[in-house]
Design a protein. Structure first.
Length: 292
């Protein structure tokens, strides 16, 4: 709290010290987690590192608030972001609060678990503690139009899950083993960071989601609320919420993302553009799973 000074001492004290208000750095983490490209905005260690460093590095902040809105994505990027938040929190000795907007699911929830407390709206979607791998199978399509797929590898697993070849049962066995290992890491992390989780009463690690109101008695969140109301209750009505600017990417990248919906990018077509367009469809599907 600000130090109350006798009025006669005010002229002798620097102006900035006379009424120092508590300050909380606010960092927005919005989007699907994973590889970011000119056509695909989202979250990755590369895109959020500078915002995290700026927020935790602000002078005289009392805490850091993470405003999360993410349906999940890459397990590796989710874990990297989680670890960076925890490292900065320990280094700077600052409490961290996570505020969930529409959704903190899968990797989004993993990031939220980096906070000391998770606060959600009653209608937020929380959880999806699980692992999913999705893709397409084009083998029948290329057979129908007369295309022959030729793949030459050194290493029998090098072309695992090739979408242009029939699904191989051995590939599925390897995939399930990978998923099980990632799921073990995820559940261990949640149990360590969320000791109030009532795993004994209900299996929370099936990939299911709950509303914020449902998640509260399960221990997945600590409180229902929003950024302004909660932080004013914790730090006083005069708390200053200092928003850390989000990284927007390059000017060209922003133009590309705006151009794609209108299909005005024929002249820039290529394999990279096609991959980005497919990634954009997958990103849309990630949000759609939660009705968003």
């Amino acid at each position: 709290m600000p130090l109350a000074l006798p009025r006669y001492l005010h002229p002798m004290v620097p102006k900035a010290w006379r009424n120092r208000k508590p300050t909380v750095a606010v960092i927005r983490l919005n989007g699907v987690i994973g590889a970011v490209s000119p056509l695909r905005s989202g979250l990755s260690m590369a895109t959020v590192a500078s915002s995290l460093e700026s927020g935790f590095g602000m002078a005289d902040v009392s805490a850091v608030a993470l405003v999360i809105n993410s349906p999940g994505g890459s397990p590796a990027q989710s874990h990297l972001i989680h670890r960076r938040i925890r490292a900065l929190a320990v280094e700077k000795k600052l409490p961290v609060y996570a505020f969930v907007e529409d959704v903190a699911a899968s990797g989004g929830y993993m990031i939220a678990c980096a906070a000391d407390e998770i606060i959600a709206d009653p209608t937020s979607l929380i959880g999806s503690i699980g692992v999913v791998s999705a893709g397409f199978g084009f083998d029948k399509l290329i057979e129908r139009i007369g295309i022959e797929r030729r793949v030459h590898t050194q290493g029998e697993a090098k072309a695992m899950l090739d979408p242009f070849r029939p699904e191989n049962p051995e590939d599925l066995v390897r995939l399930k083993a990978i998923q099980a290992d990632v799921q073990d890491l995820f559940t261990t992390l949640v149990n360590e960071r969320r000791p109030a989780v009532r795993a004994g009463r209900e299996n929370l690690f099936t990939g299911a989601v709950w509303t914020g109101r449902q998640a509260l008695p399960l221990g997945l969140v600590d409180e229902l609320g929003d950024v302004r109301t909660t932080l004013r209750a914790r730090f006083g009505d005069d708390v200053v919420l200092k928003l850390v600017a989000e990284k927007q990417g390059s000017f060209v990248g922003r133009l590309l993302r705006r151009a794609v919906p209108g299909s005005t990018m024929i002249g820039l077509a290529g394999t990279g553009l096609a991959a980005d367009a497919l990634a954009a469809i997958e990103e849309r599907a990630a949000w759609a799973r939660y009705g968003l």
